[in-house]
Design a protein around this ligand. Structure first.
Ligand SMILES: *Cc1c(COP(=O)(O)O)cnc(C)c1O
Length: 227
C-alpha cells in the first residue's frame, strides 16, 4: 500500500471509532480529503484505493488538477471549501459538486444565476464565522437564520448545510456544538466541521463531513493563509 493509502485507512479508522463512541453510524460521516497544494498524483493514489471525495480551497488550483481526474473517475465528488469571488462563480458551478463556502448575499445570487445558466446545481453550505473573527469569512451567528431564510425563499439556493472553521486558539468543541445547534434549528442536515487536528471531536458532535488535509497528505508547504 502507498503511504497515502495507509494514512487514509488510519484516518478512516479514527472516524469510525469516534462515530461509534458517539453512537453514530460511521457511514454517516464523509471524509473530504483536502488536496490543496498537492499534485494530481497524490489524489490519484487515494482514488486508486477507492476514495472519491476531495476538497480544494481555490478554484484556479482545482481547475488545474480535477477536470482530468473527474473524466477518469466520473463518481469523484469535489467540494469547494475556500472563499469564492463572485467573478469565479461560473467556474465554481462548472467544476465543483458541492460549494461549502457561501458567505454573503451577493455570492448566493451570483451562484444561482450561474446554476440557472449552466443547468447544474451543486449543493451549497453556508460558512458560519462562529468565532466572529474579523479577518475570517462567514456569516455571523446572529445573522444566520435570516440568511438561511433568504437563501431558501428569495434566492432559491440549493442549501443543505453549514460549515465552520473555529478560531485556532479556542476549544473547537464549543464551535462545533454551536454549529450543530444552528443547523438543527434551521432544519439543515449537513454539518461540515473538523480538520486534521480536531476531526474526531467534530464527529462526536455530529459532523457529517470532516475536511482533512495534512493528516492524509502530510504537511503543506507554508502559504499565506486565506481563511
Ligand atoms: C486546508 C483546509 C482544511 C484542511 O486542513 P488540515 O488541517 O490540513 O486538515 C480544512 N478546511 C479548510 C477550509 C481548509 O482551507
Amino acid at each position: 500500500m502507498s503511504a497515502g493509502a495507509d494514512r487514509l485507512a488510519e484516518v478512516s479508522r479514527h472516524i469510525a471509532e469516534a462515530a461509534q463512541a458517539a453512537n453514530r453510524n460511521p457511514a454517516d460521516v464523509t471524509l473530504v480529503a483536502v488536496s490543496k497544494t498537492h499534485g494530481a498524483d497524490r489524489v490519484r493514489e487515494l482514488l486508486e484505493v477507492g476514495h472519491r471525495v476531495f476538497g480544494e480551497n481555490r478554484v484556479q488550483e482545482a481547475q488545474g488538477k480535477f477536470p482530468e481526474l473527474k473524466a477518469a473517475w466520473p463518481d469523484l465528488e469535489l467540494h469547494l471549501i475556500g472563499p469564492l469571488q463572485t467573478n469565479k462563480a461560473r467556474d465554481a458551478v462548472e467544476l465543483f459538486d458541492i460549494i461549502q463556502s457561501v458567505d454573503r448575499e451577493k455570492l448566493a445570487t451570483a451562484l444561482v444565476k450561474e446554476m440557472d445558466r449552466l443547468g447544474r446545481r451543486p449543493a451549497c453550505y453556508i460558512q458560519v464565522n462562529t468565532g466572529e473573527e474579523p479577518q475570517k469569512a462567514g456569516i455571523l451567528p446572529k445573522d444566520l437564520d435570516t440568511f438561511v431564510a433568504a437563501c431558501r425563499d428569495q434566492y432559491q439556493l440549493p442549501l443543505v448545510g453549514l460549515m465552520c472553521i473555529p478560531p485556532v486558539d479556542e476549544e473547537p468543541a464549543l464551535h462545533f456544538a454551536l454549529l450543530a445547534k444552528m443547523a438543527a434549528r434551521n432544519g439543515l442536515t449537513k454539518l461540515s466541521m473538523g480538520m486534521s487536528a480536531d476531526y474526531e471531536t467534530a464527529v462526536r458532535l455530529g459532523a457529517t463531513h470532516v475536511r482533512v488535509g495534512s493528516a492524509l497528505f502530510g504537511a503543506r508547504p507554508p502559504l499565506p493563509v486565506h481563511a
